[in-house]
Each structure stands twice: as structure tokens, then as C-alpha cells.
Design a binder for this molecule. Sequence first.
Ligand code: AMP
Ligand code: MN
Ligand code: MN
Ligand code: MN
Length: 311
Amino acid sequence: MQRSDQHAALHKGIRVRSPFMLNSSFVFKHPAVTPANFDFHCHSIVSDGLMPPQAVARRAAGNGVDLWALTDHDDTGGLVEARSTATELGMGFVPGVEISIEWKGVPIHVVGLGFDEQNPVLIEGLDNLRQGRVERARRMGDALAAIGIPGVFEGAMCFVTNQSLISRAHFARYLVSIGIARDVPGVFQHYLTPGKPGYVDHHWVTLDEAVGWINGAGGVAVVAHPGRYKMSGAEMRRFLDDFKDLGGRGIEVTCGSHSPDSVMHFARLARHYEFHASRGSDFHGPEESYVDLGKLPQLPEDLKPIWRLVV
Ligand code: AMP
Ligand code: MN
Ligand code: MN
Ligand code: MN
């Protein structure tokens, strides 16, 4: 890189690697500049996001994201379009997916990054996982009918944008549309969370399966939004022990649903477990997300950023 380019990059807020850090493996594995703003968690209409993959890519680039992953729930169908738009815009791209798992009865999300999108075991596993969602959605519809709200499965299907991926978010949008609650968080609070009438238990895949698929496809497994799970500190540590034993390597530290205290807490756990740290908005759409693409704090400086494992 020329000095003038370095100057320009610094002015754009991109940190230029010191030449003293260069060695041959570094040169091959990493880009010449570190991403100033990576966002490795968001959704498109391929799952329960509100924008097509190309529009999510454009919004990310417009917000200054320079390395981006699309991580739709249980489906990799948006990655080809996402990559091609990212490439047109000069934004770095990493393939991603957010896999729904169940660990000791607790539903948890594991983000996979940098895997081979053609891997047959991963593709087939995700296909089966999506079919399970349809059966669960029918039971949710039955549960809501039992409290006097009929036709919700069919109604939610009208909000689905990928016929093979139905999520609680689609139920919430339909229930708002018929005036059951004022907004999506309100529906979740009263109808769609554990203990509420529209919530049903479901067997997602195991931690072992999800991490196995991701690693088997050459990717990296990351615990999504750890601050969101209803677990004690001891349970979280047992979960992270299992995750690490199975080959998981990363944890989201800075994310759309973490308070500053949660960031500090999960930064400590990342250090303890020697995990790489991820950063992701979990953006679903301008109307529904508190945090926009790329608009979240930087990771604590001493943590190992996850992008080093996937570029
Ligand atoms: P599912 O994977 O079908 O269980 O649905 C989970 C999705 O529902 C999440 O990815 C969010 O998009 C949405 N969601 C979950 N909890 C809430 C909440 N409290 N408020 C708004 N959206 C939520
Ligand atoms: Mn979602
Ligand atoms: Mn999630
Ligand atoms: Mn998500």
C-alpha cells in the first residue's frame, strides 16, 4: 500500500496494519487493512428479515460496513445474491447462517461463518430443520386457536417471504395486523415467549449437530447473542464448556441485544474461554430493529476478532 493510500485509509477510519506485523502467513490470510466496521449478524427475507439480501447489502455498505455476513435463520438461500451485491459495492463478504439449536431444553442460536455453501451435510441438515419449523408453526396455530384466536397459522403464512422458513416473527406480524397487540415486541411479550399461550416447545437440532455441520463445512461456529438466554451463570458456563469441547470458536460480544454490562460480561467469558469475539447488529428491518447495520460499538480492543478466522 502506498503512503498516500494509507493516509486516505486512516482518514476513512480504517486502521492500517503496521508493516512490522507482516509475515508470510499473515499476508496470505488477511486483507491489507483491518475492517473498521464488521457486522456478522443480520437477516433478509430469506428468513424473517424485511428486506431482500441485495437491499440489506446496500444498506450495510451505506452505513459504512466494510466486512459483512448475512446470517439468515436456518437457510443459506440468500448468500449468492448477498455476495454479488457486496462485491459490486466493494464490501467484503463472509457467508453466514444462524442455526436454531436446543441445549438441555434451552433454545439457543449458533451462527456459522465462512463455510462452504455447497456442503451437502449442512444443506440437508438445514432443509430438515426448516421442515420442523412448519410442524411447530401448525402447533402454534392450534395453541392460539385454543385461546380463541383462530386461523393464525394461515395468517402467519401470508407474512412468510420464504415458503420454507416460518418464524415466530411472522406470527407476530400477523397478530399485530389483526390488532391483537400494538407492536411486535408486545405480541412476543404476551403470546409468543415461554409460558405464554402461543409458545410451544420444539426439538431443534443439537449443539453437536450444528457445530458439526459448520466445522464439517470448513466454517467457524459462534454463540449468537448470549445475553438473551434465560440461563444462570453456571448454566451458561456449562453451555460454553460443551460448545468449546465440540469445536465452537466464537462468541458474540457486541450485538444488538447486549447492554454495556452484557458486553463487559461476555468479553470476560470470551477471554476465559479463549474464544474469538464477534460483532453483529441482528438487523431485521428498519421498522423492527433497534440497532441498524454496522451501528454498534467496537469490540473491546484486547479481544481476538472473529473476522481473522474467516477472511
Ligand atoms: P423463531 O426462530 O421462530 O423462534 O423466532 C425467533 C425470532 O423471533 C428472532 O430471530 C426474532 O426475529 C424474533 N423475536 C424473538 N423474540 C423477540 C422479541 N422479544 N421481540 C421481537 N422479536 C423477537
Ligand atoms: Mn429473526
Ligand atoms: Mn437469534
Ligand atoms: Mn438473528
